[in-house]
Design a protein around this ligand. Structure first.
Ligand code: ATP
Length: 225
């Protein structure tokens, strides 16, 4: 059984069908990268897995336990953590305080070491660069087992991107990752498996090779790649 199993998940907003029967699975230790056009349902999928939104129907099973109707804080406590597109760090607290407040399974020191935050542990949230804020958010996600990371590269400069890839590779050695990524090359480089989401449905989930060679996905989404 996979670490995460999502079965026939459906979520609507009024007349809009954001998730139209999403089924996928994530094996322990794997990195899955979700790609898909704007409005495909990627963020809604994260929201429904992590208890920020309740799906209309379908199930989410994490580590053998049905978490579909659990609230966000319960899901987080079980080890499913996420980062947001808009990075969420308390401005008035230092890096070390942010991490001590948010981590409940791992020693803050260990999390700070993972993301090279010890040297800036006394810096307040408001004076952090975007890259530093993202690393604080990532270190908090790393307190869990399954990390759902929403567009970690957005806003980073070209010099920071390879460093971020290194951090993700470090995390991937110990954790199970799910990433939302707009850049397809980056997605294919990072992924053990790629999930292609379009109009609320999974067009395919497979190795980068398998996804590249899938004629239907080529036609509907990847075009000339
Ligand atoms: P993007 O790549 O632009 O972030 P996405 O793939 O993450 O897009 P979602 O943000 O999940 O897509 O949105 C899927 C659909 O659901 C869209 O049509 C969006 O407008 C709609 N939607 C998402 N959240 C809400 C909400 N809170 N209220 C109303 N509609 C919503």
């Amino acid at each position: 059984m996979g670490l995460l199993e999502v079965n026939d998940l459906r979520r609507t907003f009024g007349g809009i069908v954001a998730l139209d029967g999403v089924t996928l699975d994530v094996e322990r230790g794997e990195t899955n990268v979700i790609i898909g056009p704007n409005g495909a349902g990627k963020t809604t999928l994260f929201n429904c897995i992590t208890g920020y939104h309740m799906p209309d129907s379908g199930t989410v099973v994490f580590d053998g336990e049905n978490i579909t109707r659990k609230r966000d804080y319960e899901v987080a406590r079980m080890g499913v953590r996420r980062t947001f597109q808009e990075v969420d760090v308390f401005d008035e607290l230092t890096v070390a305080e942010n991490i001590s407040l948010g981590a409940f399974q791992t020693e803050p020191r260990e999390l700070m070491d993972l993301l090279d935050l010890m040297d800036i542990r006394h810096k307040r949230g408001e004076s952090l660069t975007l890259f530093e804020r993202k690393r604080v958010a990532l270190s908090l996600a790393a307190d869990g087992q399954l990390l759902l990371l929403d567009e970690v590269f957005s806003g980073l400069n070209p010099a920071e991107k390879p460093a971020m890839i290194e951090y993700l590779n470090t995390l991937a050695r110990e954790k199970t990752l799910m990433l939302i990524e707009h850049d397809i090359e980056t997605a294919f480089d990072l992924a053990d498996r790629v999930i292609v989401l379009s109009q609320g449905s999974v067009l395919g989930q497979g190795t980068p090779e398998a996804i590249k060679n899938d004629d239907r996905i080529q036609q509907e989404y990847l075009g000339e790649m």
